[in-house]
Design a protein around this ligand. Sequence first.
Ligand SMILES: C[S@@+](CC[C@H](N)C(=O)[O-])C[C@H]1O[C@@H](n2cnc3c(N)ncnc32)[C@H](O)[C@@H]1O
Length: 343
Amino acid sequence: MPAALHRPEPVLLHRAQPVDRNVPPAQAAAWLREGRSLIVTDRFVTGLDILEALRVQLEDPGENAGYVEKRTFREAFQSASKHLLVPVVGRKVALPDAPRAGFLAELYPDHADFALPVEDAKVLSSAWGWYETGVHFPVLGYRVHPFYGTYIPARMEHLELFGTWLAKYQGARNRAIDVGTGSGVLTLQIAKAGFKHVIATDINPNAIESVARQLRRLPKALPIELENADLLGTDRGPIDLIVSNPPWMKGEVGRTLDLAMYFQDGFFERFYEQCLQRLAPGGRVVFVFSNIIELSQPEVPHPIQTELDRGRFRLVEKMTRKVKPSPGRRTREKVEVWELAVV
Ligand SMILES: C[S@@+](CC[C@H](N)C(=O)[O-])C[C@H]1O[C@@H](n2cnc3c(N)ncnc32)[C@H](O)[C@@H]1O
């Protein structure tokens, strides 16, 4: 089990001003923007109303906005909302209507009573809901139960496309690696395809914890080895298949989950170097990717095409599939599977 799991930082000492439903949410939101600390004393919904007023005041640009707009809003929202607290007593949010957040009992063995930003308490409780209910993946035929702080795919098309690619795969099945396993879906697909040894790495310890718990839920033991590590982790010998659904866009990493979305300079260069060292003769590198980078960051050199242009790898196959648009929204987005072999 990884040593230190990511969790929202507990607030152990504060001099926050009590607020309840008698304070107009817009007033409380304005105080937060001035940097004042507040603690909700009556009901969880009071905290949610204040967060909503804060969203309105900071002009939330919505899901369809561009990267920069969304990021600017998020930073302003985070910096103000972190001052709005709820009390935690005995590892439970001490407000009568607070949703259950069982992760409080798991993630805070060292503290029973503290305070947390409302936003963090909200994220912990929705994560608990996903964890308890699980998410059904048709490509696996069962539910995956993501641990708190772990990336969970929001759509299925790329997993289906990878499944189509995997069904055609004719190479050796001795050792495969899934770099950046997240909640483990690709790892579980690879294991289902009969590989003898599947390694799953992730730099986020919560992801490794998530997959470890998932494996314990399954009726049959799978030959999956987990490592909380950067990129390919420890060398265990030649690898027939290196798979990764890497971050799809370039950007700054603030929260742990940003690691799932944004890569930084050097990420792909280091990745290719390690692939060249570890790939078995005839082995394959397979990226699950998207054209989102071409659509929203045309100025960023394409991390796969740029490497192909260097001539160290050749493209064996590229598969693409349209993404189903969300209601009321058009999209030119496509998911992709890139299969590369060493030249
Ligand atoms: C887009 S998510 C994909 C997760 C999962 N494979 C899937 O398809 O649902 C990318 C994952 O890569 C992990 N990651 C990011 N940088 C990494 C690195 N340097 N080494 C290992 N894993 C990394 C993130 O924590 C995240 O879990």
